[in-house]
Design a protein around this ligand. Structure first.
Ligand SMILES: O=C(O)CCC(=O)C(=O)O
Length: 386
């Protein structure tokens, strides 16, 4: 006889997660794997940090983005949220104004039902989220849909473009993927208090699991820049070391856990505003429905090894007919070149990052209205997803 599974209310969900959250917090404290973003005497990421990243598959950099820059990122994100369409099909925002961003080839917004899991147990995004998270029942006055993701940070937010050219973050990308690293994509995850949906357990990579050259770095990594504190209840959770294991059987793991999404051994990436995490795209990770009173906004953008991407075909948001050839890599990487210049114009006293693939081409990729139109507008049609 099948047992009726009770769907929790938001309040019940918050209380049924409490012990799991607390034990995760303890594990996160024990493992550490966090601290300031340190460079060595040659200006390279400190080797002990790199080693810790490769060992556990993640790292939390504390206090990287200063309060003034966070305030600018928050203000522009607030604007995008205030001018978001009311649902995925709508062209107006909650005040009846034209929704932001309709001129872009790809809508910046993905909206979902409050507290839902939009991908778990579906074939979406390459079917990489095989199980469904608990979807608590939202309060009665909840909106029909809420913003889950905002894409295109380099074209929708001036502060977003500048962040993309951040010299310390680009040094991390270089340390992990080599000096000829290339971009992946970007998405800002928005988890509104009492409304934000979940992201089911998954590993990000799609293309190279069965490659003869497979290793723990072949699918690249993602940054998350935290605009608000990330708590046990709203943050990203990762399974340390799982990036080394190849494709893991998530369905079996959840089944062995009595069907519960509270997988044992995971740790929460607890952060303060201005902290930046890195997570290997092969690490098993998730986030739970946000039944807490706290907002999380994580600007998420990734980078790859050039050789992982060159010659690959489009997956995830990209068309399967897309081939990532030299021109495609050059075009998408030129966003980095323009972002570096946008940042240098705004922060003239900060040392700029020298991006090796564009050495000598800096003049062609100064940030201006012309390069906005030529390079930045609709750049995300050329994302390099693998
Ligand atoms: O931040 C989150 O809630 C989910 C992020 C994630 O799953 C990803 O970047 O692949």
């Amino acid at each position: 006889m099948s047992e009726m599974v009770k769907i929790p209310s938001a309040t019940e969900h918050a209380s049924m997660m409490a012990d799991y959250f607390e034990s995760g917090r303890q594990r996160a404290l024990e493992i550490g794997n966090r601290g300031p973003l340190r460079l060595d005497a040659d200006g390279k990421l400190a080797p002990d940090i790199l080693e810790a990243y490769w060992k556990h598959g993640f790292y939390v950099f504390e206090g990287v983005i200063d309060a003034a820059e966070i305030a600018e990122l928050r203000a522009e994100t607030d604007y995008l949220l205030e001018h978001a369409p009311v649902d995925q099909e709508s062209t107006v925002d909650a005040k009846g104004r034209p929704a932001f961003g309709q001129e872009f080839a790809r809508s910046p917004y993905s909206l979902i039902k409050p507290l839902s899991d939009p991908w778990g147990g579906t074939d979406l995004l390459g079917g990489r989220h095989p199980t469904r998270m608990t979807q608590p029942v939202p309060e009665e006055d909840a909106p029909r849909e809420v913003v889950h993701l905002i894409g295109g940070m380099c074209q929708t937010m001036k502060s977003g473009l500048r962040l993309y050219g951040h010299p310390l973050l680009l040094r991390v990308a270089e340390a992990i993927n080599g000096a000829d690293f290339v971009p992946f994509n970007d998405a800002t995850f928005v988890k509104q208090p009492g409304l934000g949906g979940s992201v089911s357990w998954h590993q990000d990579g799609v293309t190279h699991w069965d490659s003869p050259d497979w290793d723990e770095g072949i699918h690249g990594f993602n940054f998350q820049v935290q605009l608000y504190p990330a708590t046990v209840a709203n943050c990203l959770w990762v399974m340390p070391g799982s990036h080394k294991k190849g494709r893991v059987d998530i369905r079996a793991m959840v089944a062995a856990n009595g069907g519960s999404d509270q997988l044992p051994g995971a740790v929460p990436l607890i952060c303060a505003a201005g902290d930046v995490t890195i997570a290997n795209r092969q690490i098993l990770h998730c986030s739970f429905a946000n039944t807490s009173p706290d907002l999380r906004v994580s600007m998420t953008f990734g980078f790859h090894r050039r050789k992982s991407v060159l010659g690959a075909r489009g997956v995830l948001g990209q068309k399967g007919t897309d081939i990532y050839d030299e021109q495609r890599l050059f075009d998408r990487s030129s966003v980095i070149a323009v972002a570096i210049d946008a940042r240098a114009q705004y922060y003239p006293d900060e040392p700029r990052y020298h991006y090796a693939p564009f050495a000598g081409l800096e003049e062609d990729f100064r940030f201006s209205d012309e390069t906005y139109e030529r390079v930045i507008r609709n750049y995300n049609l050329k994302d390099l997803s693998i």
